[in-house]
Design a protein around this ligand. Structure first.
Ligand code: SF4
Length: 326
C-alpha cells in the first residue's frame, strides 16, 4: 500500500484496520459556550454546572489507550467537542497526553473564547504550548464581515483577533481553521494574510461547509493511492471508489439545491449523515474490508450508528423548531 501518511507510508500490511493511527479525534466535551447555527457537532449550549456535558478523564484515558493498544502509536491526537477547553480537567488530560510515549502530538480544536477572555486559562495554555508537540486548531472564519453571522450567529472577529494576539504573546502554536461558505469564499487569501501577521501561526486550514467536498477529495486520494478497493465480482473489481465519489457528487448537488431554496434549514448536516450512513452501510458489502462482526465490518457499525444518531438529532431539531415561541 502506498500513499498513506506518516509511519504508515512504509506499511506492508494490506488491512486498513491495523495500520497505525495518523490522526485520532476524540470528543471530550459535548457542550459549547457558543451557539453556531451551523454547528456540526449539534452541541447544546452550556459552559458551566449541570448544563456542561463532559466525558470523565478516566473514560477518555481508557478510550485513547484502547486505540493505542489495538493500533499502536497515535501520531496526532485531536481533542474536540463541543468546546474541549471547557473540560474541567482539560489541562490534566493535556499533561497526560504530553507524558504518553505513544502519542506524538496534541491538537486542540477551539472556538477561542477562553483563549481570548480568560487570563489564567491562557497562562496555563501557554505553558503547554511552549512545551512543544502541541497546537491549537483555532476557529477563524476570516477577517471580513461576510459569512460571520451565518456561521456563528454573531460577529466574533474582534474576539478571534484578540485570541491570536494572545497566542502570539504566549508562544502558543496555532493553525487557523476557516469554515468556507459561498459568502466568505472570496476572502480565503485575506485569511492567509492574517495568518502571516503572526509568528505562531503554523498554517491555515480551509474546511468546506459542505461535507461531500472533503469526502470527494479523500476519494481522489484513494484513487491515487490505489486503496479502498471493492470486492472481486463477475466483471472484475467493484469500483467502490467511483461509486462512493458518485454518491458524494449527487449529495453535493442536492445539498446545494436545498441551500439555494432554503429548504430544510438547519437540517442539511443531519440529512447528509442519514443518507451517507445508510449508503455506507449497504455499500460496505461490496468493499473488500474485513467483516469480523457477524459478517459486518467496523465501518458498517459506525455507519449505522451515525445514521441513527443523525435521525434522532433531525427529529429533535424539528421538535425544537416547532416549540420555539414566536
Ligand atoms: S464553536 Fe464549534 S462546537 Fe461550538 S457551537 Fe460553534 S461549531 Fe458547534
Amino acid at each position: 500500500m502506498t500513499g498513506t501518511l506518516g509511519r504508515n507510508a512504509n506499511a506492508t500490511v494490506p488491512e486498513v484496520e491495523i495500520l497505525s493511527t495518523c490522526l485520532a479525534l476524540i470528543e471530550i466535551v459535548d457542550s459549547c459556550n457558543l451557539a453556531c447555527p451551523t454547528c456540526f457537532a449539534d452541541s447544546p449550549i452550556g459552559a458551566t454546572g449541570d448544563r456542561l456535558k463532559t466525558h470523565s478523564l478516566e473514560s477518555l484515558k481508557t478510550r485513547i489507550q484502547g486505540v493505542i493498544d489495538r493500533k499502536g502509536k497515535i501520531e496526532i491526537l485531536q481533542l474536540s467537542g463541543g468546546e474541549p477547553t471547557l473540560h474541567p480537567q482539560f489541562f490534566e488530560l493535556v499533561d497526560w497526553i504530553h507524558a504518553h510515549l505513544q502519542i506524538d502530538y496534541c491538537l486542540v480544536n477551539t472556538n477561542a473564547v477562553r483563549v481570548a477572555r480568560e487570563e489564567t486559562f491562557l497562562g496555563e495554555l501557554g505553558t503547554r504550548g511552549r512545551r512543544g508537540h502541541f497546537q491549537l486548531y483555532l476557529q477563524f472564519d476570516g477577517p471580513q464581515e461576510a459569512g460571520q453571522l451565518e456561521l456563528r450567529g454573531s460577529d466574533f472577529r474582534d474576539m478571534k483577533r484578540l485570541a491570536m494576539e494572545r497566542c502570539e504573546r504566549e508562544g502558543i502554536p496555532s493553525t487557523l481553521a476557516m469554515t468556507v461558505t459561498p459568502e466568505n469564499l472570496p476572502h480565503l487569501w485575506d485569511t492567509i494574510l492574517t495568518g502571516l501577521d503572526f509568528e505562531v501561526c503554523r498554517g491555515v486550514s480551509f474546511q468546506p461547509m459542505l461535507l461531500p467536498v472533503p469526502l470527494i477529495l479523500g476519494r481522489i486520494g484513494c484513487l491515487s493511492a490505489g486503496c479502498c478497493g471493492g470486492k472481486i465480482c463477475s466483471f472484475g473489481r467493484w469500483p467502490s471508489v467511483g461509486v462512493e465519489s458518485g454518491f458524494q457528487v449527487v449529495a453535493l448537488i442536492i445539498l446545494f439545491i436545498l441551500r439555494r431554496k432554503q429548504w430544510q434549514r438547519g437540517q442539511h448536516f443531519h440529512l447528509f449523515l442519514i443518507a451517507y450512513g445508510l449508503f455506507r452501510f449497504f455499500h460496505e458489502f461490496m468493499r473488500a474490508t474485513p467483516k469480523p462482526f457477524d459478517g459486518l465490518s467496523g465501518y458498517q457499525l459506525i455507519a449505522l450508528a451515525t445514521a441513527v444518531a443523525a435521525g434522532i438529532a433531525y427529529r429533535r431539531r424539528n421538535l425544537e423548531a416547532h416549540h420555539t415561541p414566536c
